[in-house]
Structures are given as C-alpha cells and as structure tokens.
Design a binder for this molecule. Structure first.
Ligand code: HPA
Length: 275
C-alpha cells in the first residue's frame, strides 16, 4: 500500500468514530504533557491499535491514543503519545499521524516536548517556543518517492515555525507572566542521553535545547504547508562542565510541574486563533 492509501485508510477509521469532525488544529503532546487532553470537551479517544497503519507506542511515559474533542470551543485532534526514532520506527511511521491529522482538515500543528537545556540563560522548568531546529537524526521523513499531492520535493525550511503563532504565544506568555524563551532545538535519535562532549558540540553548533522528537513531525507538517508551533519544557540542565546524571522519572516529574503553564498558553492560543 502506498502513502495516500494508508493516510486515507487511517482517516476513514478515525472519522467512523467521530462522524463529521473537522479539526481546526492538531496537537502532539510530549512526555508528561498530556493533561490538556483530559480537559477536552466531548472527547473521543481512539487507541492507536484501532487505527490502521498507526504504529504502537512502546514507551511507558507515552500512552497511545488519538483524542478528538474541543478545547476552548476549537475542534482539535490530539496525539497522546508519539513515536520516536529510538523505538525503532522509521521516519514515515513516525510522521504518518501528522499526515492523517492534516488529511482530516487540521491546518495547524501544535507540538510539545521535554528537552534538555544547554543555553546557560535557561533553567530547568522553563518553557521555550521553538524558533528553529537542527536535524541530527541522520534521517528525514521525506526521503523516498515524493507525493506531489502532499507537498514539494524540496520543501523550504527557511521558516519552519510560524511567525504569527510564535508572536501570539509570546504575547500571551507576557500577559500571563510566564517566561517563554525562543530556542533552537537539536533533534538526536537517543535513546542514550548525551555525553559531555556531545553537549559541548551541540551548544557549539547553535542549539539551545536537545531532544529526541518533534523534528520529524515538523518536517512532515511543513511539507504539507501546515502552520507549526512547538513548545519545549526544559527538564534537565545539560551543561558539560557541571553535568549530573538525570533519570527519566525526574524528566517526567519536571515536565509535569511546568505543564500547567504550557496548558494555559496553548488554551489561549487556541481561543485566540484568527483573533
Ligand atoms: N537529551 C536528549 N533528550 C532529552 C534530554 C536530553 O538531555 N532531556 C529531555 N529529553
């Protein structure tokens, strides 16, 4: 089966659960960041295993379901649990849900993740909005035959993150008294965390944050001309000269503590779309 057929089959299975539902935005919830899904009105959750061509989430901290519902009166489709390269999925499997959410009608992608912070001006627990990224996955979801119906062979990446959405998020953060940094995110495969030399290298090439997700989905979304905004919560400090071991439990706990601030920004962003 080729991509358009797979996208169509996934979309039809979802639409059978939520007839007539057309999302105004797609959301990807990152590690420890899915509580907004519990706040959704008229939510319908569909386990990934019930959607043809969706991979299965294998990481404990990521459940695997697609949730359709309403936040601040906006129809949204949200991924509770995403797929990572380190789980062994290929880039097309990782990005398939983005293709499907776009096919359902979502013109906007809102992504979130937990990331290590390398910029010395940032602290653990701080929130960032991505301004740019560096793809160090050694792979790209667009490798292979290009479907011109989805997007161009050589998509532009001069501005992966939507300026207007970013400005709106910054205005909202300012009004709410929530510090929000602009940041460059480097995507690595994991699953190891980085060595001190790797953090030094990543900082040296211009990254403020490092994480194991988001960039594949952003590339697929931009291929289809979706407007994209992505947020990171800094869950651990990655300063090579003062590096301490971190545990995944700590990362999840820190993400959970910062989550209410992120939820507030995302809710207002949705409420004020096109305002
Ligand atoms: N490195 C890579 N991924 C991460 C990190 C990190 O330090 N923290 C959270 N995700």
């Amino acid at each position: 089966m080729n991509d358009p057929e797979m996208i169509q089959a996934s979309k039809e299975a979802i639409q059978a659960c939520v007839p007539g539902f057309v999302p105004e935005a797609a959301i990807i919830f990152g590690t420890g960041l899915s509580s907004l899904a519990e706040d959704m009105d008229r939510a319908v959750s569909i386990p990934y295993e019930e959607i043809p061509h969706f991979a299965r989430a294998t990481v404990e901290s990521h459940t695997g379901e697609l949730v359709c519902g309403f936040i601040e009166g906006r129809a949204v489709v949200a991924m509770k649990g995403r797929f990572h390269r380190y789980e062994g999925y290929d880039m097309r499997a990782i990005t398939h849900p983005v293709r499907v959410m776009h096919a359902m009608g979502a013109p906007i992608l809102i992504a979130s993740n937990a990331a290590g912070g390398m910029n010395p001006l940032f602290s653990v627990g701080d929130l960032c909005v991505l301004d740019d990224h560096i793809n160090l996955l050694g792979d790209n979801p667009l490798i292979g035959p290009n479907d011109e119906n989805l997007g161009p062979r050589f998509p532009d990446m001069s501005e992966p993150y939507d300026r207007a959405l970013m400005s709106a998020a910054e205005r909202i953060a300012l009004e709410e008294g929530i510090p929000l940094h602009r940041a460059v995110y480097a995507a690595v495969t994991g699953p190891c965390l980085e060595t001190r030399a790797e953090y030094r290298f990543l900082r040296g090439i211009g990254a403020d944050l490092v994480g194991m997700s988001t960039v594949p989905e952003v590339i697929a979304a931009r291929h289809e001309s979706m407007r994209v905004i992505a947020f990171s919560i800094i869950t651990d400090a990655c300063f090579p000269e003062a590096l301490k071991p971190v545990s995944v439990e700590e990362i999840i706990a820190t993400a959970g503590r910062a989550e209410p601030k992120l939820n507030l920004i995302v809710k207002r962003l949705l409420r004020e779309l096109d305002a």
